[in-house]
Design a protein around this ligand. Structure first.
Ligand SMILES: CC(=O)CC(=O)SCCNC(=O)CCNC(=O)[C@H](O)C(C)(C)COP(=O)(O)OP(=O)(O)OC[C@H]1O[C@@H](n2cnc3c(N)ncnc32)[C@H](O)[C@@H]1OP(=O)(O)O
Ligand SMILES: NC(=O)C1=CN([C@@H]2O[C@H](COP(=O)(O)OP(=O)(O)OC[C@H]3O[C@@H](n4cnc5c(N)ncnc54)[C@H](O)[C@@H]3O)[C@@H](O)[C@H]2O)C=CC1
Length: 283
């Protein structure tokens, strides 16, 4: 299948990064969010990232402009009518994702593949909202997208081999390394990462260490590039909580119970970097 045009849904931290790497790889990209200010914010971050590449000599000004020239923005899902692939990166809410996939199924051409960047929601369940479950797949990028090499490619129960191959090839064209995984709660990445982050929040809640102390232990003691609380702030505490809920519901095992302090921060609107405050404060 020849891919020309890709629609990316959600111009937040993941959608913006995904749109950027797709346009850098030469694809025509349409980026959709629900409000003008959100698409504008997404495009501003992309433009800043590309300008840094120019400053660092990794790209010319002309190349930057060509990348931006391949991108357009929209508020309308109907603009999915002529795309080959959709990569969905909207908020981690099963109902909103299911409704969006049902709409995409109605709008997009028959050959189009519908991929989700969900962190943890079952691909099989998202696919069931469509009449083309064989063309629905998980394409899970890591944050920050322009930097991180991994794409976890998740097969739902009905995902076809052909769909898998197209997404595996696309990931490589985006200069990423795809890894195939099956559709189980949290896949591989977040089944392992999020319990560690959740445990760090428990350690904080129980007074075992301070925010800085816990992060320093993991940075200097385990050579993690970022401590777990700093990483939680990068991911977004709402997303971290949503993933823990999926693990807890999916396995019905108390070892995955979300830490009450994590829930308290989310209830307070302290979502990490994106809201200006999480375990740390950001200006
Ligand atoms: C929740 C999920 O479903 C799955 C997930 O994504 S889990 C999260 C996975 N991600 C991680 O674990 C990230 C862990 N952290 C890291 O790897 C590193 O701290 C980091 C790459 C984020 C930053 O690296 P660093 O060396 O500490 O800082 P810094 O020197 O500022 O950045 C390194 C490079 O990354 C770039 N970078 C950092 N953040 C960036 C961003 N948000 N967007 C684009 N580029 C970014 C910087 O510009 C810099 O590029 P140059 O080499 O051109 O200068
Ligand atoms: N934050 C992270 O580290 C990672 C997140 N993910 C997943 O990526 C998805 C997005 O996460 P983030 O970018 O972090 O969230 P974010 O909160 O930064 O961005 C979400 C964006 O989606 C938009 N949106 C909401 N409903 C929409 C709709 N119906 N149509 C189009 N846009 C809509 C919001 O306005 C917002 O701009 C989630 O599914 C999340 O689980 C995956 C990998 C890593």
């Amino acid at each position: 299948m020849e891919i020309k045009k890709i629609m990316v849904l959600g111009a937040g931290q993941m959608g913006g990064g995904i749109a950027q790497v797709c346009a850098q790889a030469g694809y025509e990209v349409v980026l959709r969010d629900v409000k003008d200010e959100f698409v504008e914010r997404g495009m501003a971050v992309i433009t800043k990232n590309l300008s840094r590449n120019v400053e660092k000599g990794r790209m010319t000004e002309d190349e930057k402009n060509a990348v931006l020239g391949r991108m357009s923005t929209t508020l309308s899902l109907e603009d999915g009518k002529d795309v080959d692939i959709v990569i969905e990166a909207i908020i981690e809410d099963p109902k909103i994702k299911a409704d969006t996939f049902a709409e995409l199924d109605r709008i997009c051409p028959e050959h189009a593949i519908l991929a989700s960047n969900t962190s943890s929601l079952p691909i099989t369940q998202i696919a069931a909202a469509t009449k083309r479950p064989e063309k629905v797949i998980g394409m899970h990028f890591m944050n920050p997208v322009p930097v991180m090499k991994l794409v976890e490619v998740i097969r739902g129960i009905a995902t076809s081999d052909e769909t898998y191959q197209v997404i595996d090839d696309l990931s490589k064209k985006l200069n990423k390394v795809p890894v195939e995984v099956n559709d189980f709660p949290g896949f591989v990445s977040n089944r392992i990462l999020l319990p560690m982050i959740n445990e760090a929040v428990y350690a904080l809640m129980e007074g075992v260490g301070t925010v800085e102390g816990i992060d320093t232990v993991m940075e200097l003691g385990m050579n993690h590039p970022m401590g777990p609380l700093k990483l939680a702030d990068l991911i977004g505490l709402d997303t971290c909580l949503a993933i823990m809920e999926v693990l807890y519901d999916g396995f019905k095992d108390t070892k995955y119970r979300p830490c009450p302090l994590l829930r308290k921060y989310v209830t307070a609107g302290w979502l990490g970097r994106k809201s200006g405050r999480g375990f740390y404060t950001y200006s």
